[in-house]
Design a protein around this ligand. Structure first.
Ligand SMILES: CC(C)(COP(=O)(O)OP(=O)(O)OC[C@H]1O[C@@H](n2cnc3c(N)ncnc32)[C@H](O)[C@@H]1OP(=O)(O)O)[C@@H](O)C(=O)NCCC(=O)NCCS
Length: 192
């Protein structure tokens, strides 16, 4: 059937180059995950806070390595783009990601976690801001994120990164402790 609207981003536009390293605020970098980062992912999921806000966990180095391979595969298939947030000394602080990249619609979902020891120093906010600038630079039009209304730190990160609250999706997500109402936040590209 003839299309009246072209895909916002053409196929191959993202994956034709290696996933870039992005310079962030506070001397932080966003870089692709490496297999040797697996212990950092394992460490992140030892934290009850991280486990609380995820539907699955990571209990072994092997599982963490599988995740990292999945991140690389997501880049190749242009379905997701996942970065490690690292210090100038290459200490892994956490993860920021675009998932569910919909090139045709120009939309993707933002996700993040920080290791417990790395929280409270603005790394998540810096990472999301940098990720968003990159996403708009490659042509995405709308970024959204979902968090439980009980997850106040996540709400604060969304606000600080400029994601406006669009509403509450009632009883929209099943966590290990039951159904949660979810805030929907979004940020629109500054380009017309
Ligand atoms: C949410 C998370 C990524 C924030 O990481 P971070 O690096 O600490 O974030 P930042 O330092 O950029 O900002 C955190 C903000 O939340 C605030 N905050 C932290 N805990 C809070 C709480 N319990 N209630 C309200 N605000 C809180 C901080 O004060 C800070 O705001 P401020 O700068 O105005 O003081 C981190 O807490 C985390 O990984 N949590 C577990 C996983 C998770 O929830 N991921 C998101 C799922 S949607």
């Amino acid at each position: 059937m003839p299309q009246l609207v072209l895909p916002v981003i053409a196929p191959g536009s993202l994956s034709h180059t290696p996933q870039p390293v992005l310079t962030s605020e506070r001397s932080l970098l966003l870089r692709p995950w490496r297999r040797e980062d697996a212990p950092m992912i394992l460490d992140a999921f030892k934290d009850p806070g991280t486990r609380h806000w995820h539907a699955r966990t990571v209990d072994s180095i092997g599982e963490a390595e599988e995740l990292i391979e999945g991140y690389a595969q997501g880049w190749r298939s242009e379905s997701s783009a996942t970065w490690a947030v690292v210090t100038a000394a290459d200490e892994v602080l956490g993860r920021v990601a675009l998932r569910g990249i919909d090139r045709a619609a120009g939309e993707a979902e933002v996700a993040y976690w920080m290791r417990a020891a790395a929280r409270g120093r603005g790394a998540a906010t810096a990472g999301v801001r940098t990720l968003s600038a990159w996403a708009f630079g490659v042509g995405l039009h709308r970024l959204y994120l979902n968090h439980s209304t009980m997850n106040e730190a996540s709400c604060r990160v969304a606000e600080k990164a400029g994601f406006a609250l669009e509403g509450t999706r009632r009883s929209a997500h099943l966590h290990a402790d039951g159904w949660h109402d979810m805030h929907l936040h979004a940020l629109i590209s500054p380009s017309p």
